[in-house]
Design a binder for this molecule. Structure first.
Ligand code: CP
Length: 327
């Protein structure tokens, strides 16, 4: 059986198909816990997860916290405004202070690409990347793939259009690595200024015409324009962008029957996605949010849960047996 042998979860670049499928299969077992009357299991009892967020977050921070608490871990939430980061403390110093207070893993979001990787080299506890600059957002892509797999059965052979601000989009990058590894075709769609040069060499198809790009696709993943990361003018106006790249009901009606509409959030309704589309039967946007908890439970379990088992090797249980997650 495939094992998760990495210390950290930093990105999906270079992660094998078997490792991704291990996370998705583990998440399926975790989601079952959601259907129980008591939505909590003792798997991570005695463990401490530190959430270290240098950027705002609603979904990722909350779902990592819920994931940890559903597995009975304790959670420390550090946001920069209330911490000694404002006094100039470095990321490794902050994380290592949390480590010596007992933290078993650190979940980090940072506006600078590569910060989680730097931290991983400078702390002995597992690091989970909750989004670093324009680089990667692996747990988001895993929950996206989990949601697609739930609806479509498998990822292999599907075509996924990722529309919008690809240049600044860490969600786009992680989805690209994961989806290509699992055998999907990936289309990046947006104005030339928002598509990184050379992505075709990685196996992605590039489209600048949204109507052509969504023909025959199984999934349309719409991304927000990340104005906070833009250093120049990438298109004339938001109105112009929305007219050319906004997902309208008319466009949705022309898409393949059964197409899934996805968005990692936060949505800018009326810009990249119209409200009728976001709230339509094709939309799985809120399911993505729910699935985020199961996927993050799986990641925490794979990174810090299994040593509990190895503490008592005579009691070692199969990762996929439901008994592992029982109350
Ligand atoms: N999708 C996502 O990363 O959302 P948050 O910024 O709210 O965490």
């Amino acid at each position: 059986m495939t094992e998760w042998l990495r210390k950290d979860c930093l990105g999906l670049r270079g992660v094998s198909r078997e490792e991704i499928e291990l996370v998705l299969d583990t998440a399926r077992s975790m989601k079952e816990i959601h259907t129980r009357t008591v939505k909590k299991v003792p798997t991570l009892r005695g463990k401490i997860v530190a959430n270290l967020f240098y950027e705002p977050s609603t979904r990722t921070r909350t779902s990592f916290e819920l994931a940890a608490t559903r597995l009975s871990a304790d959670v420390i939430n550090i946001t920069t405004a209330q911490s000694s980061v404002v006094k100039g403390e470095t990321v490794p110093d902050t994380a290592n202070n949390l480590r010596v207070m007992g933290a078993d893993a650190v979940v980090i979001r940072h506006n600078i690409s590569g910060t989680p990787h730097f931290l991983a080299k400078n702390t002995s506890i597992p690091v989970l990347n909750a989004g670093d600059g324009t680089n990667e957002h692996p747990s988001q892509a895993l929950l996206d793939m989990f949601t697609i797999r739930e609806h479509k059965g498998c990822i292999e052979g599907l075509t996924v259009a990722i529309v919008g601000d690809i240049l600044h989009g860490r969600v786009a990058r992680s989805n690209m690595w994961g989806l290509l590894t699992l055998g999907a075709k990936v289309r990046f769609v947006g104005p030339p200024t928002l598509i990184p040069p050379g992505v075709q060499d990685l196996g992605v198809e590039v489209y600048h015409d949204l109507d052509k790009a969504i023909e025959g696709v199984d999934v349309i993943n719409l991304l927000r324009i990340q104005r906070e990361r833009m250093t120049g003018n990438f298109f004339p106006s938001l109105q112009e962008y929305s007219r050319i790249y906004g997902m309208t009901m008319e466009r949705l009606k022309r898409a393949k029957p059964g197409v899934l509409i996805m968005h990692p959030g936060p949505m800018n309704r009326g810009i990249e996605i119209m409200s009728e589309v976001a709230d339509s039967e094709s939309s799985v946007i809120l399911e993505q949010v729910t699935n985020g908890i199961a996927v993050r439970m799986a990641l925490l379990y794979l990174l810090i849960g299994r040593e509990i088992e190895s503490d008592k090797p005579h009691e070692k249980k199969d990762l996929h047996t439901p008994t592992l997650f029982e109350n």
